[in-house]
Design a protein around this ligand. Sequence first.
Ligand code: HGY
Ligand code: MN
Ligand code: MN
Length: 418
Amino acid sequence: MTRGPQVGELRIDGDRLLRRLRELGEVGSTGDGGCARLALTDADRSGRDLVTTWMRDLGMQVAVDEIGNVVATLPGQEAGAAVMCGSHVDTVATGGIYDGNLGVLAGLEVVETLSAAGVVPRRPLAVAFFTDEEGSRFAPDMLGSLVYAGGLPVEEAYDIVGIDGARLGDELARIGYLGSLPCPGQAPHAYVELHIEQGPVLERHGETIGVVTGVQGISWQEVAIAGQSNHAGTTPLAYRHDAGLAAARVAVYARQLAAGMGGDQVATVGKLDLFPDLVNVVAGRATLTVDLRNTDEARLAEAERLLGAELDRIALDEGVRCSRRHLARFEPVEFDPRVVQVVESTAGSLGYSVRRMPSGAGHDAQMLARVCPAGMIFVPSVGGVSHNPAELTTPEHIEAGANVLLHVLARLADQGWS
Ligand code: HGY
Ligand code: MN
Ligand code: MN
């Protein structure tokens, strides 16, 4: 790394980073402090366009791959595999302005800080955003980084149908982000992702930096229930095959299952559709999603087994048919201890309090971990709230996280694994 001032003395410009976060947060604004940029919608395109404009303004080489992942590169003194950071710029429908966006924009802030100081890293630096990290419209989540890492053939990804009936490949072409860079992508030298914690742990313990050790396992299942629509007034209870009641039993059981298993087990029924969805008709069909997560793969598999047994019980009791399919299934991931160590020692040397912790949410880093040493940096979420317009991380913590990212990237771009 050619040295302008001592790299160690460099700090990011927190106000500049906040300005970009707020400007990007206006794209797809929901008017309540949040934003909605579901993957491959017009709002996602507008967010992508804004971020790629910033990338080009910073003199970075911007490439779009076959699944719409965008990788911007700042050349290093040497060629070869880049040290990559990034995250995602798609959001859920009730998104805040920090989830994903912070990791991408902090990466641009790092590039701007180094360039302004005349510092050229030994290795190239890349800032990426990956397609459809949320998976809310097109499942699974972390779809773009999964394809980038070779975990899903791009042709298969193109045929995924979204919750609105759209085909992923058609939407990617429609928004103009069907790129030519081949997938799987080039394995970076290392990957580091700055992200809001999206939970209450750091705030509860009063720590500034989460040193993320890994990501818990994720199981998304879609449960389809077939009963019999009937008249709400004339049909005696014993004659009903009520898909709505069956769906409600699944939701109650999911919560009881997680509470009973304890530990890290969580369960969520986030999406529930009834047909015909009318006040005076016993529901003939129900479709719902069950999101199960655990840091322990065996426990997660057990939770899936128990859910299956309960579906059989409900089918028998209510005289309905239950079927299920996976929308996503990822085992827990442990990050490379060398990257974890660099994050922890860097944050400590900058004077920040740190806590080692697993991630409750899925992240692109868990997919990059398949192809290179990867790790994450967390900053606190106020009230532990996320996937909600009230999502908030303080400017002080944003600046701390971006400074840790700056110096972690500088170390990884400049040194080997010694
Ligand atoms: O679902 C998740 O954990 C992430 O927000 N995609
Ligand atoms: Mn995220
Ligand atoms: Mn998210």
